[in-house]
Write a protein that binds this ligand. Structure first.
Ligand code: GLN
Length: 545
């Protein structure tokens, strides 16, 4: 049950904006998610949205090397990876409306202009772009579902790109008043080794910059490698016009999952509630969260799992997979050491050396042909050596190709790898062949999947009907279904509407599963994904044999 605000005000939605200063990569997403967690743990209903200042309509077309993983929502949104943190922390689903880019804002405004909706007016950044930003800020609030909406503004204050967003935040604050909208500024307090001192000047400058746009931050969250002394806190408070108790220290943490507790210790949630004039008797209930942390920090066993992929030099490209292993490891009281392996490293000659010592192997999602043969070689090795295997999306497709080649003896491939393949066991769907544009045109979002009774997947999920998220163009080619199944690779998960194969598993192998969807996107701290949980358990089992 959600407690009603028992404070001075009505139950309208409150807006909390999170801006960043000094540098990027300070972890606005984690701070937003942690604050969200604390408010949620007091019984409030919370969601988090992110505004990104770039011109792409969404991050779907961005190179993972540049921007990390593209996180897919149930409703098929291709979004920023911070939405993954929001879902993992809050255990609630986000939607397309939770991630808005400059590109989307301009696209909406230009579309309206073409429809003549501006009645002959000159369309300008202020008020038309800022109004569209505000409309998007309020979109989630207007559903009436939320007590708090946390809005993270991407980029740092002072960037040319983020100016219209900052202006929109100023206006919202003015429109709603200080009891209903507030600004948290996340900043860096660098430590100068030579002087042995923490430095506040960059923060002072960044707050001055915010002030020049008409925004006085209510709370400063200060990223720091060393504790903030009272003297530093006082200096920051005085020079940045914030209350002393609104200078919040954010020390580097061992794990991102510690941050909600660190923020609670610093009373971030209490300060937010006080600023927004919300009183509640509901203390944060973080028992389950602490239970997870306890298991995470006190593993009784350990496994080495290989993650074979293309973008392994930037682990952010596989953020959700890495986090799903953290959740699943904790559930098994087991430390999962992920070994990042570039598929280009793997060949007939090297495979034993690279994979021989591992307790399990995951072949990752991906696009394009580079490194595909390495993935196929890796799968052959784990299939023959009975090492637990999980293939996700491209990883599942490679498993099908490997099986068709090495078990059925077909000259098989995926048409993504070889468009002229004689036996295209993985092929593009007919609908996909007509599509010529790249953005937002894959099979995206949650689809139903029926699991065959008695299959391993059925046991793992404890259910026969599941819903999982997709992001791909190519599919299992049903022309080869019978032949492949007969030889022992069973299609045990089928989309009931389209008949597309979603899950394959190998007979006579301790744990060999390929999934066309992305289970990692649904794993949260409080709901670790069963496939990952059981995969880690299989790795443990393999290790002990
Ligand atoms: N490239 C493959 C496809 O488009 C797999 C995509 C993925 O792994 N997400 O079907």
């Amino acid at each position: 049950m959600r407690p009603k605000f028992d404070g001075l005000m009505s139950s309208t939605t409150k807006y909390i904006f999170v801006t960043g200063g000094v540098t990027s990569s300070l972890g606005k997403g984690i701070i937003s998610a942690s604050l969200g967690k604390l408010l949620q743990s007091r019984g409030f209903s919370v969601t988090i949205q992110k505004f990104d200042p770039y011109i792409n309509i969404d991050p779907g077309t961005l190179n993972p090397y540049e921007h990390g993983e593209c996180y897919v929502t149930d409703d098929g949104g291709e979004t920023d990876l911070d939405l993954g943190h929001y879902e993992r922390f809050l255990n609630v689903r986000t939607t397309k409306a939770n991630n808005i880019t400059t590109g989307r804002i301009y696209n909406n405004v230009i579309t309206k202009e073409r429809h003549g909706e501006y009645l002959g007016k000159t369309v300008q950044v202020v008020p038309h772009i800022t109004d569209e930003i505000k409309r998007n800020i309020f979109q989630l609030g207007e559903t009436g579902q939320y007590d708090f909406i946390i809005t993270e503004i991407g980029g740092s204050v002072g960037d040319i790109e983020s100016l219209p967003f900052v202006e929109a935040v100023r206006q919202v604050r003015w429109d709603l008043g200080a009891n209903n909208a507030m600004v948290i500024h996340l900043t860096l307090i660098p430590y100068l080794k030579a002087a042995k001192e923490l430095k506040t000047k960059p923060t002072q400058h960044s707050v001055k910059e915010l002030l020049s746009y008409g925004i006085q931050p209510d709370i400063l969250v200060c990223r720091t490698e060393h504790p903030l002394s009272m003297e530093i806190r006082k200096k920051l408070a005085l020079f940045c016009n914030v209350n002393l108790n609104s200078v919040i220290e954010a020390m580097d943490a061992d794990t991102i999952y510690d941050v909600p507790l660190l923020m609670k210790k610093e009373k971030l949630d209490e300060r937010v509630l006080a600023k927004l004039k919300v009183t509640t008797k509901h203390e944060p209930d973080l028992e389950q969260w602490k239970g997870f942390l306890g298991k995470l920090k006190n593993p009784t066993s350990e496994v080495n799992i290989g993650l074979v992929g293309k973008y392994v030099s930037l682990p952010d490209a596989y953020k959700s997979i890495a986090e799903a292993f953290i959740h699943a490891g904790a559930q098994n009281d087991c430390k999962v050491n992920l070994k990042w392996i570039s598929s280009e490293e793997i060949s007939k000659e090297t495979v034993e050396n690279v994979l021989g010592q591992l307790d399990a192997v995951l072949v990752a999602p991906g696009f394009g042909e580079r490194g595909l043969e390495g993935k196929i070689e890796a799968i052959k090795y784990v299939r023959e050596n009975k090492i637990p295997f999980l293939g996700i999306c491209l990883g599942m497709q490679c498993a099908v190709v490997e099986f068709a080649r090495n078990v059925l003896g077909l000259d098989a491939s995926s048409t993504e790898l070889n468009p002229k393949s004689k036996h295209p066991v993985i092929d593009m769907m007919e609908e996909q062949k007509k599509i010529t544009t790249k953005g937002g045109t894959m099979r995206l979002g949650a689809y139903a999947c029926k699991l065959k009774k008695g299959s391993k997947a059925n046991h793992i999920y404890g259910d026969t009907l599941i819903h999982e998220r997709h992001r791909h163009r190519y599919e299992f080619n049903n022309k080869y279904l019978e032949q492949i199944e007969e030889a022992g690779l069973k299609a045990v998960g089928i989309n009931p509407d389209s008949n597309l194969v979603e899950v394959v598993e190998l007979k006579d192998h301790p744990w060999f599963i390929g999934v066309q969807y992305h289970p990692e996107l649904r794993s949260t701290v409080l709901n670790p994904h069963p496939l990952f949980v059981k995969f880690v358990a299989a790795a443990l089992e393999h290790k002990s044999n």
